[in-house]
Ligand binder design. Structure first.
Ligand SMILES: C[S@@+](CC[C@H](N)C(=O)[O-])C[C@H]1O[C@@H](n2cnc3c(N)ncnc32)[C@H](O)[C@@H]1O
Length: 368
């Protein structure tokens, strides 16, 4: 049975379902969802590239930032790093390798906890880190958090953009129905939680326009803030995203996008379970929810300024280590440029940096 048939069956039984439920089934159905299937998603043979696919320097620079966070916390003997949605674990590998090489004291204190909902990715992670006693894999944030000590870092790269969203237009809130086995869009009255979300953090759609209401992401941020209760530390999230001001200025409206074999399409109904579906992240909402949960926002910066802030003092030596031939340096320079420049990923990604229980702190990542 295909995922399309499964979803059609659900709609026939329950009536039209919210778009977020449709997106949830497409991405996370336990057997047939995009992230549950064993097919490669990441890198050249997959559907999309993330920053860790570009070059290990992404993880190396972030390792430098995590080490600075650890020092800001007074270099505790143990620190837990929870990574949300680690995928195949490339970033974690780069952070662990580089910390071991460059920051041995931090590496000795580090316990790396990977929270991944996809069972197939979890077993890949377990294999990758089988011999590393510092690494543990979990299905749920709370499971990981209860094993953490008093110093904590939570990190996510492209985690929030994979969380299901609601979609709104001038006709109301989107539900997915079916007709003769094909999905059809049905508009229903906008729900109260969605109206509230748009009022506090977003914008209302103009005629002919769609906007997303990423309500479920707020629930995640509440859970993350709760993980910091009785703990000190930092959280850092990097994602495609926007602020409310940017939306008011007319940008980042209708950001839903699908990825399949490096082709993008706004059509989320083409290939359920075979295409990734993402939406940009509402950083205004995440920032405010985090603050309501007791965290302090240290800044929302572009990936460009995050990486420049971390790397400029060492002139990005983290990138060039191991380059022997001039052409190797040229290649790495281009990869670094892709991560940092506005034409590459530098301006489309933003980084939200949060702290808990830390007095006045100046992190290099938010200094540039
Ligand atoms: C776009 S991928 C990013 C992967 C990785 N961070 C990277 O940058 O290459 C999103 C990841 O988040 C995971 N994910 C989505 N929802 C999750 C949840 N509720 N709990 C844990 N992981 C989740 C997905 O399975 C997937 O591995």
């Amino acid at each position: 049975m295909s995922l399309r048939d499964v979803i059609v069956g659900i709609i026939r039984k329950e009536g039209p379902i919210p778009f977020s439920r449709y997106m949830e089934l497409c991405l996370y159905h336990p057997e047939l969802g995009y992230y549950a299937r064993p097919k490669e998603k990441f890198g050249k043979s997959g559907d999309f590239y993330t920053s860790s696919d570009v070059h290990a320097v992404f993880g190396r620079l972030l390792a430098r930032q995590f080490e600075e966070m650890w020092r800001e916390l007074g270099s505790p003997a143990e620190i837990d790093l929870i990574e949300l949605g680690p995928g195949r674990g490339l970033f974690a590998q780069d952070v662990l390798d580089w910390s071991g090489k460059k920051f041995p004291e931090f590496a000795a204190a580090l316990r790396y906890r990977l929270v991944e909902s996809s069972p197939s990715l979890r077993s890949r992670l377990e294999q990758r880190f089988a011999s590393d006693t510092r690494v543990k894999v979990y299905a749920e944030l709370e499971e990981a958090a209860q094993e953490c000590g008093s110093a904590l870092i939570v990190f996510g790269n492209e985690f929030f953009d994979a969380i299901p969203v609601e979609i709104v237009s001038e006709y109301g809130e989107l539900r997915i129905g079916e007709k003769n086995g094909e999905f059809v869009e049905v508009w229903t009255e906008q729900s109260r939680p969605t109206t509230d979300f748009l009022y506090w953090y977003g914008v209302n759609p103009r005629p002919g326009e769609r906007v997303e209401a990423p309500r479920l992401a707020n629930g995640w941020m509440q859970r993350i803030a709760a993980a910091f209760a009785e703990r000190r530390g930092f959280a850092l999230f990097i994602d495609y995203g926007y602020t409310r001001e940017q939306q008011v200025a007319g940008r980042h409206r209708d950001t839903l996008m699908t990825y399949r074999e490096h082709q993008t399409s706004p059509n989320a109904y083409e290939a359920p379970g075979e295409q990734d579906i993402t939406a940009h992240v509402n950083f205004t909402a995440l920032q405010q929810v985090a603050e309501a949960g007791g965290m302090t926002s240290l800044g929302l910066v572009t990936q460009s300024s995050l990486l420049l802030g971390i790397g400029h003092e060492t002139e990005f030596s983290d990138a060039f280590e191991g380059c022997v031939l001039p052409q190797e340096r040229v290649k790495v320079t281009l990869q670094l440029k892709h991560l940092i420049s506005p034409e590459g990923l530098g301006e489309s990604f933003q980084a939200l940096v949060l702290a808990r229980g830390v007095e006045k702190v100046e992190l290099s990542g938010v200094s540039f």
